[in-house]
Design a protein around this ligand. Structure first.
Ligand SMILES: [Zn+2]
Ligand SMILES: [Zn+2]
Length: 218
């Protein structure tokens, strides 16, 4: 599946679209389009490629990752799927928006929950779900084993990790999620993070200044 990357909104959040080239159906992960120009841009890119979103996933439900849920629902009739421990945050995303002084269209409720061990089948493709709490209590990442990439949300960034000073963050859990789950994936796996550029498991294991393979300063 081809990975399309968009960077949207006041938090420069990465929205990913995973495309099944055969059917042109696609998965939207963490839609963060914020204003009408970002929405129009997203629509124009999808239309130019004749893509049809048929699945909406949230790695976690911080406001920057769910801002576009309502838009995706309106445009394509999709409701989000996320981890059960993220539901409360999804339901309270309007409060977070108020806190930051942001406009926010209420997300539809999550109709299906995601859990580790239950893979997501998408046409002929398969995404493994890994439960990776720490930055946020209900955080999951999506591993495409066949194609060697991880849609990683806010767990691990190039040279950094997800914030652990937010309500619900548990630094020790994030370290465990990274060292005991993410870093066990093949070294050449590309990580598409929720913020910033791509990196690989191998590079971060060796060079990440906050959580390396065996050490952490969190
Ligand atoms: Zn986050
Ligand atoms: Zn984020």
């Amino acid at each position: 599946m081809e990975v399309l990357k968009f960077t949207f909104g006041p938090f420069s959040e990465n929205t990913y679209v995973l495309v099944d080239q055969k059917t042109k159906e696609c998965i939207v992960v963490d839609p963060g389009m914020y204003d009408s120009s970002e929405r129009a841009y997203f629509t124009s890119v999808l239309e130019s490629k004749e893509l049809k979103p048929t699945l909406l996933l949230n790695t976690h439900c911080h406001i920057d990752h769910v801002m576009g849920n309502a838009f995706i629902h309106d445009q394509f009739g999709l409701s989000p799927q996320t981890h059960v421990k993220a539901i409360e945050m999804l339901e309270r995303a309007d409060l977070a928006a108020k806190l930051y002084g942001l406009n926010y269209d209420l997300s539809p409720a999550a109709h299906t929950t995601l859990e580790e061990g239950k893979n997501i089948s998408f046409n002929s493709h398969e995404l493994e779900v890994l439960f990776t709490p720490g930055h946020s209590p209900g955080h999951v990442v999506f591993f495409n084993k066949t194609e060697g990439y991880l849609i990683g949300g806010d767990v691990l960034f190039k040279g950094s990790v997800g914030r652990v000073d937010l309500p619900g963050s548990v630094p020790a859990d994030l370290v465990k999620s990274i060292q005991n789950k993410v870093y066990l994936l093949p070294e050449e796996t590309i990580i598409y993070s929720g913020h910033g550029p791509e990196t690989t498991i191998g590079v971060e294991k060796k060079t990440n200044p906050l959580v390396s393979e065996h050490n952490s300063i969190l």
